[in-house]
Design a protein. Structure first.
Ligand SMILES: *[C@@H]1O[C@H](CO)[C@@H](O)[C@H](O)[C@H]1NC(C)=O
Ligand SMILES: *[C@@H]1O[C@H](CO)[C@@H](O)[C@H](O)[C@H]1NC(C)=O
Ligand SMILES: *[C@@H]1O[C@H](CO)[C@@H](O)[C@H](O)[C@H]1NC(C)=O
Ligand SMILES: *[C@@H]1O[C@H](CO)[C@@H](O)[C@H](O)[C@H]1NC(C)=O
Length: 567
């Protein structure tokens, strides 16, 4: 048995064997799932706070609460500042950020007198209720503080500034090859792969990457892989990265070919001159003595470092989300006056169209500063001529289809319903083209100032499937995403093909979608869930979709977030 670790601790090899028995090596070329969530730091300051102390000024402290299951739960608080009605708190509050959720926040200011820091015994100086989405989409907000009964708290204001928690955004793309590795297999050569380790903050070895294995060769070239610089070296360019080269065996065991140390600084130097390392097997060296030179040579063929922006970078940089809704008014929905109709306005419970609109709209509205949303309808005969239209404004104002807020969209939908004749067929292309025209203008600017989301609410089987596929492939080159929510009980199997999660969508000429931009869900799967679940599900992919657009176009965030205001 080969040992390359002189201590009593289980050797890396033993650990690896255990690890490998538990994981499928054949799936190791899959990229890890990316999580879009990031951390936001809130920086808080106040002005003109109420003065509660008789002999001196208030001693303010600020606490941030998060709404969880209808209850306010404290997430953190700032330091207390003595004798100050215009405090600028130094301690920031760290929060997890999820685009696809309405993250309700309450920020409260107290005057604290005793050392116990018990807020329920402190004097209340006012609060604001907002959402994290509202704060990040503005970068910084200033609002009047309110007392419990919503009265203004004197002239008191609060300013909250959001910053993404600083962390390295550098991502390295690294590519290795090797020459003349030792032959380890009886039949055939070796099946070599690399494993990168470093010493973690707690002093223990951390595996940071494992390449795929290359079958039956002593001169492998591994596929380039991406890794964040933070993960690779923990921010220390001179930290030792220990690289093991192993021979893979189908029974899950592995044979060490050799090991060498490098640093990220070596990697960077390799971007100009090719770097090579002797791959050393200490066991073999001991046996062979001076005759042993190495067990092969490993080369770093390239190391490219790029900055990868997060969705939050774009939002904090000033990117707005333009939200458009398109509603299906085809005959298959059933006569709206009939309680069986999907468009029936039940006074006690909103229909599925309204529920889906509210759920997704509640998230999106935070990211649109003017809160004017175009509302479109399709598949009905509309006044005055009663021609079938597949792209008409819900408010019948062809010059200005914008509705004020989600409420405005709801009103336009409700007003429109009795005035149109539900008809058919179910064509998506006109409304997709509608949003594409704006997204196309946007894409010509080459700035990250707007990203478009089209929400299509439909009851069924799409009639212009082929044209819709063409439109989606074209739209995949533009700053837009399409969300389709299927209401009612129809068979939605074709919609799943548009979603492209399993098979990449192609148009008639065989051109592939440049990126995944469609998310489809049947409403019935969320009918009994809480309304936020639907939004969470359909919007979860939007951040990745937006980043992938900006990245392929090489578009950075519009601007760095504004620094906190100076007093
Ligand atoms: C804070 O004060 C309230 C009311 O006086 C009391 O019920 C609570 O137990 C105190 N909490 C702590 C942590 O001391
Ligand atoms: C490689 O790095 C490890 C961890 O820092 C260290 O213990 C070891 O001595 C280094 N080996 C060589 C050959 O420099
Ligand atoms: C796995 O296979 C390799 C080579 O085929 C052999 O050397 C090794 O002994 C085997 N290990 C186990 C645990 O069967
Ligand atoms: C997109 O949103 C921006 C900011 O709210 C607004 O100025 C612009 O008119 C919108 N464009 C469209 C086509 O909705």
């Amino acid at each position: 048995q080969v040992k390359h670790n002189a201590t009593n601790k289980p050797s890396l090899k033993v650990l690896n064997q255990k690890y490998m028995a538990a994981t499928k090596l054949d799936t190791m070329n899959q990229p890890p799932p990316t999580s879009c969530h990031s951390k936001v730091e809130l920086r808080i300051s106040c002005k003109d706070l109420l003065d509660k102390d008789i002999l001196s000024k208030s001693d303010p402290i600020c606490a941030v609460f998060w709404c969880r299951d209808g209850r306010w739960v404290e997430q953190g608080r700032t330091e207390m500042i003595m004798n100050n009605l215009n405090p600028q708190f130094a301690k920031t509050i760290l929060l997890d950020y999820y685009f696809e959720e309405v993250q309700k926040l309450k920020i409260s200011v107290f005057d604290i007198d005793d050392a116990s820091q018990n807020l329920s015994q402190a004097d209340f100086l006012g609060e604001v209720e907002t959402t994290l989405g509202h704060i990040v989409s503005h970068g910084s907000i200033t609002e009047n503080l309110k007392l419990v009964d919503k009265r203004p708290a004197g002239k008191g204001t609060i300013t909250v500034t959001a910053e993404e928690q600083s962390g390295s955004k550098e991502v390295a793309t690294v590519s290795f090859s090797a020459n003349k590795l030792d032959k380890k297999d009886w039949f055939g050569k070796s099946d070599p792969y690399l494993e990168l380790h470093r010493v973690g903050p707690d002093g223990r070895m951390l595996m940071i990457h494992r390449t795929e294995y290359v079958k039956n060769t002593l001169d492998p070239k591994w596929k380039p892989f991406k890794i964040s610089v933070q993960a690779l070296c923990g921010g220390d360019y001179d930290a030792q990265i220990i690289i093991h080269c192993y021979d893979w065996n189908s029974n899950g065991s592995c044979d060490l070919i050799g090991t060498f140390n490098a640093t990220f600084r070596n990697f960077l130097e390799a971007s100009t001159t090719k770097a090579t390392w002797d791959c050393m097997n200490q066991e073999k060296k001991k046996k062979k003595g001076n005759k042993y030179k190495n067990s092969g040579v490993i080369c770093l063929d390239s190391c490219k470092v790029e900055t990868e922006y997060s969705f939050l970078d774009f939002i904090l940089g000033g990117c707005q989300i333009n939200f458009t809704v398109a509603i299906d008014f085809t005959g298959s929905n059933g006569d709206p006056r009939n309680p069986q109709s999907l468009h029936f306005m039940n006074p006690s419970q909103p229909n599925q169209y309204l529920q889906a609109l509210r759920s997704v709209g509640a998230v999106c509205q935070d990211y649109d500063s003017d809160k004017l949303f175009p509302g479109l309808g399709f598949g009905a005969k509309v006044p005055p001529s009663y021609q079938v239209s597949h792209e008409f404004p819900l408010n019948f104002n062809f010059q200005n289809p914008f509705c004020a807020g989600i409420q405005g969209l709801e009103q336009a939908y409700q007003m429109c319903l009795p005035q149109v004749q539900l008809y058919g067929p179910t064509n998506f292309t006109p409304v997709i083209n509608h949003v594409m025209r704006f997204a196309d203008q946007e894409s010509k600017q080459s700035t990250a100032s707007n990203y478009y989301i089209l929400l299509i609410l439909t009851d069924g089987v799409i009639s212009d499937f082929v044209q819709t596929k063409d439109a989606i492939v074209a739209a995949s080159h533009l700053p837009m995403s399409i969300i389709i929510v299927g209401v009612g009980g129809a068979d939605f199997s074709e919609m799943n093909a548009l979603d492209g999660d399993e098979v990449r969508l192609c148009d008639r000429s065989g051109r592939q979608c440049a990126r995944d931009i469609v998310q489809f869900v049947p409403f019935r799967e969320f009918q009994n869930a809480n309304p936020e679940q639907l939004a969470k599900h359909v919007l979860a992919e939007v951040p990745t979709q937006a980043i992938s657009y900006f990245k392929t176009r090489g578009i950075p965030p519009l601007q760095k977030p504004t620094p906190p205001p100076q007093f």
